[in-house]
Design a protein around this ligand. Structure first.
Ligand code: ADE
Ligand code: ZN
Length: 335
């Protein structure tokens, strides 16, 4: 009989929570640093990998911003994105919705055009070559000001045909969603979808703000929503998808042990939980590893595995006919 691990590798998967800068593998980082004549703080790949020990989100973010600082040219953004797409294609990921952090590059003098052109070309090539579909989500850095977010939105305006949604990431605690209320309102008026990291480290109140004040279409993480029964009901009522990231949660100490991960509880409560990799180069695994960590760590059932994959398809922003096609395939596999 087929094991759940085998099944999880074969099933068509979507990735709805992925920071492209978080796919920067140390080997590629050193190669691009050398190509661009940029110095890294670490002498070797092994030294860098040894530094990937985090006790919280900020520990990780400090390294993440350092790592992305070697990205300077359109070819760098293309190569980074293409390496990720090739990797997940080999894992039967059929659709990706990726975040990029324009402010993390603008601050180093890398133009919005350079960033988005490189990323977009890779996404287009993946669709042409392999039929892998995608959406692009521009994320605002919440530790920066509302003014900076508005400036970024202005820079994005000539490229809106390539941008499907906006997100909110970086240091959560102390930077609640309501800080960006007016920016998100402007984004919605431009027809953009809206999502926000909420309840990763921040309190349930931040998730309330994301759903009630911002009016998000999706919640990234959402772990701490489980602390508030009324909030759970509100998320269900709005039929919102949660983009949950198991290995990220473990690496950033959002959970202490995979056996305590709340994703099965989320499903039991009727929440639309999905599985995603967040920053796979830093957290020890891509999509298949995230599923494997749940199968081995939480003992999810075949039904739960099916539900997670199904939620990933239904909660995505892909076209309806693509959803139907992937759901059909998934049903055949689990029959
Ligand atoms: N930026 C990249 N990964 C992130 C995460 N897990 N939370 C907040 N901001 C991020
Ligand atoms: Zn994230």
């Amino acid at each position: 009989m087929e094991t759940l691990i085998e099944l999880s590798k074969k099933m068509p998967k979507t990735e709805l929570h992925l920071h492209i800068e978080g796919t920067f593998e140390p080997e590629q980082m050193f190669a691009i640093a050398q190509r661009n004549q940029v110095a890294l703080k670490y002498n070797t790949v092994d030294d860098l990998k040894a530094a990937y020990q985090f006790t919280n989100l900020q520990d990780f973010l400090d390294l993440y911003y350092q790592g992305m600082s070697v990205l300077l040219h359109e070819a760098d953004f293309y190569d980074l994105t293409m390496a990720y797409l090739k990797k997940v294609r080999s894992e039967n990921v059929v659709h990706v919705e990726i975040f990029f952090d324009p402010q993390g590059h603008l601050s180093r003098g890398v133009s919005f055009d350079v960033q988005i052109q490189g990323i977009y070309n890779a996404l287009q090539d993946a669709e042409k070559k392999w039929g892998m579909t995608s959406k692009l989500i521009m994320s605002f850095l919440r530790h920066l000001s509302e003014e900076s977010a508005f400036e970024t939105l202005e820079l994005a305006k000539p490229h809106l045909k390539w941008i499907d949604g906006v997100g909110l990431d970086s240091s959560e605690v102390g930077h609640p969603p309501k800080k960006f209320l007016r920016v998100f309102e402007a984004c919605k008026n431009l027809g953009l979808k809206v999502t926000a990291h909420a309840g990763e480290e921040g309190p349930p109140e931040y998730v309330w703000q994301a759903i009630d004040q911002i009016g998000v279409d999706r919640i990234d993480h959402g772990n701490r929503a489980l602390e508030d029964d009324k909030l759970i009901e509100a998320i269900k009522q709005r039929n919102l998808t949660l983009t949950v990231c198991p290995l990220s949660n473990l690496k950033l100490c959002v959970v202490n042990d995979m056996k305590d991960h709340p994703i099965r509880n989320m499903l039991t409560l009727g929440l639309n939980a999905t599985v995603n990799s967040d920053d796979p180069a830093y957290f020890g695994g891509y999509m298949n590893d995230n599923y494997a960590s749940l199968i081995n760590g939480t003992r999810i059932s075949k039904e739960e595995l099916f539900q997670l994959a199904k939620n990933g398809i239904t909660g995505s922003w892909m076209e309806d006919h693509h959803k139907e096609q992937h759901l059909k395939q998934l049903n055949i596999l689990f029959k």
